[in-house]
Design a protein around this ligand. Structure first.
Ligand code: HEC
Length: 226
């Protein structure tokens, strides 16, 4: 071929420029993000000011929550739930109350696997731990979403629970507390208790909380998204 060296040079330039553009520039922008003690807060006249604070955000997940994070991936929760509060121009996430501020890259730096999600059959879960703090609610909802959210499209996960007979030797302090008259309530003398998997998963959900300020993202909305 006549201009083989020109062709090779062209291929080299295209590969190098895409590497620099896509990989190096993102690494440059985001690669050295660290936990922050600084955060933006609004002063009396409503202007954002940088304050030095404590503790470091975002925090690392505890051992149990990390186990729950793995369950979340294994059970396919990521197929229906996202974990990203979008900017106002891109959707009504803040108005819907998915979070009190938008998600930023720094929110994800301490996560072993980032589960941004790609479809939203259910609500965004970035801040669900701040929104729903009731352990029993989460357990009932996992056992059968119809108990807490009638008509829900979310599948039940009853295999994360055990039905046991109440006796002096069974530990039932973690047993599910059903609303009165609910058809799912176990028979007299029986109790439904969560397995370790369910406990870890709910611990993880309760820790999904971006209700903290970062230098680049300040909380702008209250809990109801107003
Ligand atoms: C087939 C899709 C689907 C899958 C899979 C799914 N969900 Fe859901 N989820 C939903 C829908 C729809 C809702 C809204 C109705 C409701 O509250 O049940 C929801 C609601 C929720 C809520 C309440 C959020 C809120 O703000 O009210 C939590 C928490 C939740 N899901 C956790 C999970 C977890 C954990 C898993 C995996 C074990 C999971 N979901 C799997 C569809 C799904």
């Amino acid at each position: 071929m006549k201009h083989f060296s020109v062709l090779l040079f062209g291929i080299f330039i295209i590969l190098t420029s895409s590497f620099l553009g896509l990989i190096s520039s993102s690494l440059n922008q985001l690669g050295d993000l660290k936990q922050s003690t600084e955060s933006l807060e609004l002063n009396e006249s409503g202007e954002p000011i940088l304050v030095e604070g404590d503790p470091l955000y975002p925090m690392k997940l505890s051992g149990l929550s990390e186990q729950g994070h793995m369950e979340y991936i294994q059970l396919g929760c990521v197929n229906c739930h996202s974990q990203q509060v979008r900017r106002e121009e891109l959707g009504k996430d803040l108005e819907r109350g998915f979070g009190q501020r938008v998600s930023v890259p720094r929110d994800y730096i301490m996560q072993s696997n980032v589960v941004l999600g790609y479809t939203r059959l259910g609500p965004d879960l970035s801040n669900v731990g701040a929104r729903i703090k009731d352990l029993n609610w989460h357990l009932l909802h996992l056992y059968n979403p119809q108990i807490t959210s009638p008509g829900s499209l979310m599948p039940p996960f009853p295999f994360l629970f055990k039905t046991v007979e109440i006796s002096e030797t069974t530990a039932t302090d973690s047993a599910l507390v059903f609303p009165e008259g609910n058809p799912n309530t176990p028979k007299e003398g029986m109790a439904i208790i969560p397995t370790k998997r369910a406990i870890a998963l709910v611990e993880y959900l309760l820790n999904l909380d971006i209700h903290y300020n970062l230098p680049e993202a300040v909380i702008t909305k209250n809990d109801t998204g107003k």
